[in-house]
Design a protein around this ligand. Structure first.
Ligand SMILES: Cc1cc2nc3c(=O)[nH]c(=O)nc-3n(C[C@H](O)[C@H](O)[C@H](O)COP(=O)(O)OP(=O)(O)OC[C@H]3O[C@@H](n4cnc5c(N)ncnc54)[C@H](O)[C@@H]3O)c2cc1C
Length: 305
């Protein structure tokens, strides 16, 4: 068993216990983690994770929590966030090096300042580099894998550099789910700064026009099935605006669920199940979750995706 006293002997970052996770998610839902850790730097991450692994104590990474639904009971284990200590973005030997806790907004801004093109599609995605690499995030025809060169990870006790070709990246999937993404390198093309800025502004405006950004949400709840859009199937099933407790399928974008205020994770799960059941009955298509569920029983229906 791990102990707070033990951790305090070597951990240099911020550490709290019974920390509510809702504020660390974009949906603003979820109970506490037993431990919440913000390591000071990469050595601190490696130190704490080795300690947790040696003591067989569960841990999870939390980026901006923009793709996470955390249960009302929270997470029995340690939640680790890299935003404070591991979030630099630099240009080294012609490649952009972005640390795991850096926000995508910061990465895109850095690209604009450096007149480098290729990551404009990420403008407005509210995640971190770590979360985006693990999810192989994408939008508007682009995805992380397009310009990724390699990823520095903590895996099985060591820090390794994994080339993109060995990373098993596909639509909203990667081979990094059991790793800790410490940094990623990107190869971008020289571009015209004004054009890059213009493209960034256009894409942000498009998000504002089509997504319910005035209310807490987790982005797209479901992956798009091959050849169609989850939002279209949900809308055709007549579920736009459907509400369970204080969770609602957005009127603006049917693949988004919004928190109308003090929503419960349990209600999100019930709405997820309703959507999957109804769309399956109507079309025979089984919608797979894009969001990650944390702290729910393994046999809950939504986990079956
Ligand atoms: C309004 C809105 C719009 C969105 N639009 C898009 C979109 O257009 N395209 C898209 O792909 N996604 C979109 N998303 C979803 C989400 O922003 C992305 O998936 C994002 O990349 C997740 O990053 P995060 O830091 O928030 O990760 P989190 O949600 O915190 O975590 C996601 C997963 O990554 C893991 N993780 C996080 N950091 C690390 C790390 N350093 N090392 C290892 N594992 C880690 C977590 O454990 C978890 O499994 C949107 C979300 C919202 C709320």
């Amino acid at each position: 068993m791990v102990s707070l006293k033990d951790i305090q002997t070597f951990f240099r970052g911020r550490l709290t216990i019974h920390e509510p996770l809702a504020p660390y998610t974009s949906m603003k839902v979820g109970g506490p983690a037993d431990y919440y850790l913000e390591p000071a730097d990469k050595d601190d991450v490696v130190g704490i994770v080795r300690y947790l692994e040696e003591n067989k104590f569960p841990f999870m990474m939390v980026g901006r929590g923009s793709n996470l639904i955390i249960s009302d009971e929270g997470y029995r284990g340690a939640a680790i966030n890299l935003e404070e200590g591991i979030s630099r973005v630099t240009l080294e030997e012609g490649l952009i090096v972005a640390e795991g806790g850096a926000r995508l907004t910061k990465l895109v801004d850095f690209c604009v300042q450096s007149s480098l093109s290729g990551l404009e599609w990420a403008a407005g995605i509210p995640g971190t580099v770590g979360g985006a690499v693990v999810m192989n995030a994408g939008a508007h025809g682009g995805e992380i894998k397009d310009s990724l060169v390699d990823v520095e990870v903590y895996r099985g006790g060591s820090v390794l550099r994994i080339e993109k070709e060995k990373a098993d990246l596909s639509y909203r999937r990667s081979g990094f789910t059991a790793d800790i993404v410490l940094s990623a390198r990107f190869n971008l093309q020289p571009g015209n700064r004004d054009e890059i800025m213009k493209r960034r502004s256009e894409l942000i405006a498009k998000r504002n026009a089509t997504q319910p950004l005035n209310l807490p949400n987790s982005g797209s709840m479901f992956k798009n099935p091959p050849g169609t859009f989850a939002a279209r199937l949900i809308e055709q099933a007549g579920l736009k605006g459907k509400r369970v407790g204080n969770v609602q399928i957005s009127e603006k974008h049917a693949n988004f669920m919004v928190n109308l205020g003090n929503a419960r994770a349990e209600d999100i799960l019930r709405l997820i199940e309703l959507v999957r059941r109804t769309v399956h009955q109507n079309t025979g298509i089984q919608l797979d979750l894009e969001v990650k569920l944390i702290g729910f029983p393994q046999n809950s229906v939504a986990h079956a995706s």
